[in-house]
Ligand binder design. Structure first.
Ligand code: ATP
Length: 423
């Protein structure tokens, strides 16, 4: 009997900082399902959730995919393959690994979409994830405390009005933990031929497609379409074997994590915002090389930081001055500081300095001593009560948009090339 059954599968929290990757588990699951004749509808999805969620291992990613099944018995077979693979590959020994798997056969309801968006932008609880799953009759499987159910359900329900793709190439097991061997020049060529259809390939001329963790990922190429990332992959020369490749549809680089906040006081910790305000203190460097300034509006004030990993972006932030009007994009972390990802400088307030007056001969005069007026070092003229001259400071900064480099960019953060296009 042919039923054309749609089955959504989502899972999360299978990996630990010492190994594995939920996307890899997904790639293995899909290979096994394919081998059993199951048909995937569309691409698997890699959904990045709130970057400030405290239990995340690295990038807070969850996965989901949709299958079209012909027979009722296939649902049972799929569930067995998915659960067996998650059990086999998850890093269960790590106390922070708490896998969750969700199977769902119904429509993607507004409630489910709203829940998913909240999981990308705010904090949610396992209880509310389970309640929603029960309400929509989704089936939930929990391992250990099962926290992964939060992400698994969000990955199924997440709406993607904007989207990008990531092609991930995985390593052979023997190479896990070893230095990744990619021909860096080939990545430069790839970037030259495919940017901006692919992006974040290079950072200051150096390869930025490889992670630095012991996980199974060899490299990831991010781009606007499946075709673009696949074309780019053909140009990248790997000096080590590639075990498998998977292209994910994702919410990466869409700014989906950002909420618009009308006021500074209206923002909460562990959430990400787009907020306007006036620079209220002169940016200064603190220990560790982080650049700090205060942002203010009528409702209140918040400390903003361009942290050390944002490298050259800090030079821009250091040039801001009190009174400059900006829109800051970023998230509020543990210490209540807004971690800046992007900044749009809307207005540079003119800054002035008071200089000694000029002599009749045109030369700027020097102080003749305390309360003794000024003296010209060229013609020797002295004046006692000449006023200082107010001179506008030439700012070494322009109004416009500035962003952190690719190596410091959050997965969800939209690069300027996606917002403004490429000149
Ligand atoms: P990787 O990127 O390597 O896949 P990870 O950073 O995705 O790892 P996980 O191991 O998936 O980290 O852990 C994140 C945990 O936090 C999961 O259990 C997930 O369900 C949960 N979680 C995700 N978003 C939220 C949120 N907004 N509120 C509460 N919990 C969340």
């Amino acid at each position: 009997m042919y039923n054309n059954i749609l089955l959504y599968v989502g899972f999360d929290d299978t990996d630990s900082s010492s190994g594995m990757c939920t996307t890899y588990v997904c790639a293995v699951v899909l290979e096994r399902l394919k081998a059993c004749g199951m048909t995937l509808k569309g691409e698997p999805r890699l959904i990045r959730l709130n970057p400030f969620a405290p239990y995340k291992t690295r990038g807070n990613g969850a996965v989901s995919f949709k299958l079209v099944l012909d027979h009722k018995q296939d649902v049972k077979r799929v569930k067995k393959i998915v659960l067996d693979t998650v059990e086999e590959l998850s890093q269960m020994d790590d106390p922070r690994t708490n896998p969750g798997v969700v199977f769902y056969q119904g429509p993607i309801t507004e409630d489910l979409q709203e829940y998913s968006l909240r999981t990308v932008q705010c904090m949610v609880t396992l209880e509310e994830a389970e309640q929603l799953a029960q309400q929509i009759e989704a089936e939930v499987f929990k391992y250990k405390n099962g926290r992964g159910v939060i992400g698994a359900l969000a990955a199924i329900g997440c709406p993607l009005s904007d989207k990008t793709y990531e092609l991930i190439a995985y390593r052979e097991v023997d190479n896990y933990g070893e230095v990744r061997r990619i021909d860096e020049d080939s990545v430069r060529v790839m970037n030259q031929k495919t940017y901006p259809e692919t992006f974040d390939n290079l950072d200051e001329g150096y390869m930025a497609i490889t992670p630095h963790t012991p996980c199974p990922v060899l490299y990831g190429i991010r781009g606007e379409s499946k075709e673009a990332v696949s074309r780019a992959q053909e140009l990248v020369k790997s000096e080590e074997p590639i075990e498998r490749v998977m292209v994910f549809l994702t919410n990466q680089h869409t700014d989906m994590h950002l909420q618009n906040s009308d006021t500074i006081a209206g923002m909460d910790q562990y959430q990400c915002y787009r907020v306007a305000g006036e620079v209220y203190s002169t940016p200064h460097v603190i220990e560790g090389g982080h650049v700090i300034f205060n942002l203010k509006d009528a409702s209140g004030e918040i400390e903003c930081a361009a942290y050390e990993p944002t490298k050259g972006f800090r030079n821009t932030v250091r040039k801001l001055a009190p009174g400059d009007y900006v829109i800051v994009y970023g998230g509020i972390g543990d210490r209540g500081t807004l971690n800046v990802e992007k900044i749009e400088i809307l207005h540079l307030r003119p800054q002035y300095q008071n200089l000694n007056p000029r002599c009749k001969c045109g030369k700027r005069m020097k102080s003749a001593g305390k309360d003794k007026g000024y003296k010209c070092s060229r013609c020797g003229v002295k004046v006692v009560d000449a006023p200082k001259e107010k001179v506008e400071i030439v700012r070494d900064l322009e109004e416009g948009f500035y962003e952190v480099p690719p190596s410091a960019r959050r997965h969800l953060s939209q690069p300027l090339v996606r917002i403004q296009g490429h000149e």
